[in-house]
Design a protein around this ligand. Structure first.
Ligand code: FAD
Length: 397
């Protein structure tokens, strides 16, 4: 049995961010953290890779500069039928190849001196009996969380669950799970076509909310992307299912219909189609247990747009501060983690988007939704997001 102070399961943005933030608080943390990653970086990841200003600021505060190939987009067009409004920014998002982005973050984590064990998967978790009913302050001793992997057994003083939307670890711990929090996503990367070229020139991504009235609680997307040095158009469909009572449409025919539209003219081939569940944030859920914290998709992310990278990075900062304080106070109850989350500006944005998603995806009347689009397109003129020179994200150079 190996003893470790902080064990992090998963080296996606949430896990790496937690480790990096701990090192930023105090460089001595580096030797006290172990990150377990079941895959080997750069590992495949179903994701469009769009990083918003929220995530860019987290990286900036960490002193990190993502000098890896990416596209910068200056327009995010939000479309409903013949109405649209545009969020502008210079840039409004940066689009990364996810496998490279996560690889880079894991390398940055290693550079701090943190051990990252790739190709090692957490298989079982046993709560040390001393910590099972840990409502009191911990006084140390042998209590901890025992994690068995395919290679080793570890006893951790604190465990961070950062293993993504599917989170097998959450299942192992029989964490209460609400199926209404599980969104659906389909993703397909297609060759560049003339529409894609013009989007690339205009530095623009399009989100189509046309099927909201029919039951899609989300949107289709067309996002120019870069993969292994080549330009593509990443397309997909996000259905948050946040209003469970509404009609559940089969996603594949929906995506097929959208892909066949004349401007796209793409055939849906099963080989290219990837589907992935997506765990949405719900402020009523539990986010911690004694000695255990959830971060990133394992805790829950944005049900309005399906944005998760920035929030995963944001969770890392909150978890790191909480862990640092837990060790300082020798209190591993993790009772205040929820309050820490809900007080943080990044998670406040997540809570706001959750409320907005619950409201926006309730409406079934096409005309009313269309009217709202008209109002929004007027409203956007009064915000900085209408200006071409708006700089929501920091410069990295
Ligand atoms: C189709 C699609 C498109 C998306 N597009 C965007 C987008 O454009 N912008 C955006 O912001 N968000 C997007 N998202 C959401 C985003 O991908 C996630 O929110 C983000 O990856 C969450 O990061 P994470 O670190 O919590 O989890 P993950 O990135 O999923 O990382 C979890 C890590 O844990 C590892 N792991 C799992 N189990 C174990 C185990 N037992 N032991 C050890 N390691 C383990 C995995 O290998 C993985 O590396 C998209 C999602 C989907 C499905």
């Amino acid at each position: 049995m190996q003893d470790v102070d902080v064990l992090i399961i998963g080296s996606g943005p949430a896990g790496s961010s937690t480790a990096l933030h701990l090192c930023r608080i105090d460089s001595r943390w580096a030797g006290r953290i172990l990150v377990l990653e079941k895959a080997v970086h750069p590992r495949p990841k179903v994701c469009s890779g769009a990083l918003s200003h929220h995530g860019a600021w987290v990286l900036k505060r960490l002193g990190l500069n993502p000098q890896i190939p990416h596209l910068t987009l200056n327009q995010l067009r939000i479309i409903h039928g013949n109405r649209h409004y545009t969020f502008r920014g210079d840039p409004v998002v940066r689009v990364f190849q996810r496998s490279f982005f996560d690889h880079w973050l894991a390398q940055e984590t290693r550079k701090q001196g943190v051990r990252v064990h790739e190709n090692e998967s957490a298989r079982a978790i046993i709560i040390d009996s001393n910590s099972r009913n840990e409502n009191e302050n911990q006084t140390g001793g042998s209590a901890g969380v025992i994690v068995q992997t395919d290679r080793q057994t570890y006893r951790a003083q604190m465990l961070v669950i950062a293993d993504g939307s599917r989170s097998n670890t959450r299942k192992l711990l029989k964490w209460p799970f609400q199926s209404r929090d599980m969104a659906r996503m389909l993703d397909i990367t297609t060759a560049m076509n003339p529409t894609g070229q013009s989007m690339l020139r205009e530095k623009r991504a399009d989100l189509f909310f046309n099927r909201m009235a029919a039951g899609i609680q989300g949107y289709y997307w067309d996002i120019p992307s870069l993969r292994d040095g080549q330009y593509y158009v990443n397309r997909g469909l996000f259905d948050s299912r946040i209003i469970t009572a509404r009609n559940r449409l089969p996603l594949k025919p929906e995506l097929d219909r959208y892909l066949r539209a004349p401007k796209r003219n793409v055939q849906l081939s099963d080989a290219e189609l990837k589907s992935h569940p997506y765990h949405c944030f719900n402020p009523d859920n539990s986010f911690s247990r004694p000695r255990i914290l959830l971060v990133g998709d394992a805790a829950g992310s944005d049900p309005l747009f399906g944005e998760g990278i920035s929030f995963a990075l944001g969770y890392g900062s909150i978890a790191a501060n909480h862990i640092h304080r837990s060790f300082q106070k020798n209190d591993f109850s993790c009772r205040s983690y929820r309050d820490d989350l809900l007080a943080d500006p990044v998670i406040k944005e997540l809570s706001f988007r959750t409320k907005l998603a619950r409201l926006a995806y309730t409406f079934e009347n096409h005309k009313f939704i269309h009217f709202c689009w008209g109002v929004a397109s007027l409203g956007i003129h009064f915000t900085p997001w209408s200006r071409k020179d708006h700089r929501p994200a920091p410069d990295f150079d």
